[in-house]
Design a protein around this ligand. Sequence first.
Ligand code: ATP
Ligand code: BTN
Length: 233
Amino acid sequence: MFELLVWLRETDSTQKRLREGDFPCGTVFVADRQKEGKGRKGRRWESQEGGLYFSFVLCGEDFSKPFQIPLVAGLAVSDFLDSLGIRTAVKWPNDVYVKGKKISGILAERTKDKIIVGIGLNINQRGFPPDIEDRATSLHLITGKEWDRKEILSGVLEKLGEYIKDYKRKGFEEFKGRIEDKLLFKGEEVVVLSEKPIAGILEGLDEEGFLILRTSEGPIKITAGDVSLRPRL
Ligand code: ATP
Ligand code: BTN
């Protein structure tokens, strides 16, 4: 599935490189560091040396619901990390967490005919800037070991290729239950931060991958948009 891989020492953003170029489906761009790594809604993605920052091109016509892709890709990253002996959770709609901290963030962006998927995975970072240090973690911080980023990339891409192929053939149904089993805050009280914060118990996902919250006014469905999920303190 990933037939061309370009590994750069440094770039502004692998996501931007693929968005602005005309690369075939399956192309992967990886960078050792990014000067302008971005998360959802243009939020900064800290991209210092030691992490893995990569983006790949999917053929847009194969996927009519791109908002499901970060969930499927998140499960692939999470299952791969679990295979290394690290217990991870999937945080709706686009992150992977370990022990309450974010280890990976995923982004899917539609261009006119393609979908560019970007993944940031924290590997050998020894620490993070003060504004995110209590929310971010890396494989090194968890295990105390130095990891081979090439091996990790190859393992993650293999899992991603497998899951994306299955998703294309069988749809989201194949993944819904598996994602729910690893869903961060499932059954717990949460607050969804959007224009107006909404509090409720996180029930799970609907058939399409939207979040179901049980609120005092009954169940409601949350679509990703610009919402952030937080535990209710
Ligand atoms: P969160 O709930 O984790 O704050 P979010 O869903 O509100 O995330 P996103 O756009 O998904 O926001 O992710 C961007 C956020 O991720 C940044 O605002 C920052 O808090 C955090 N972040 C930035 N770089 C990293 C990194 N390398 N590792 C972990 N977290 C990071
Ligand atoms: C998020 O959590 O909001 C998603 C973070 C996505 C970060 C990756 S790193 C590789 C690619 N290049 C970018 O600028 N962003 C994505």
